[in-house]
Design a protein. Sequence first.
Length: 107
Amino acid sequence: MININFNTLNPLEKRIHDTLSTYSKTVDTIRITQAAEFCGCSVSKISKFAKKLGFINFKQYLDFLYGKDLTNVHQSSELVRIQNFIADFDREKVEEMIDLINSHEKI
């Protein structure tokens, strides 16, 4: 899931978003070079802007802008394993271990 926070944007980035939002209402698709031209900045700035918002790339930002399903990115198996570990974490087992440790003078 993408966590989008527009409050982290500087004035130029807010202007980029506003400009692209306006153009997205009249244009079917926007290429990154067109976006840079519309906003009066570099292609690199557009790419960094999309990544700063939490998107993988400009295409994923466009999907968000046009209300499309965001492209799902394959997560590494290690990230999935960690997410599952956190989701299944049993705090009671930690409490049991603390009690066991505290019940012995030397461990």
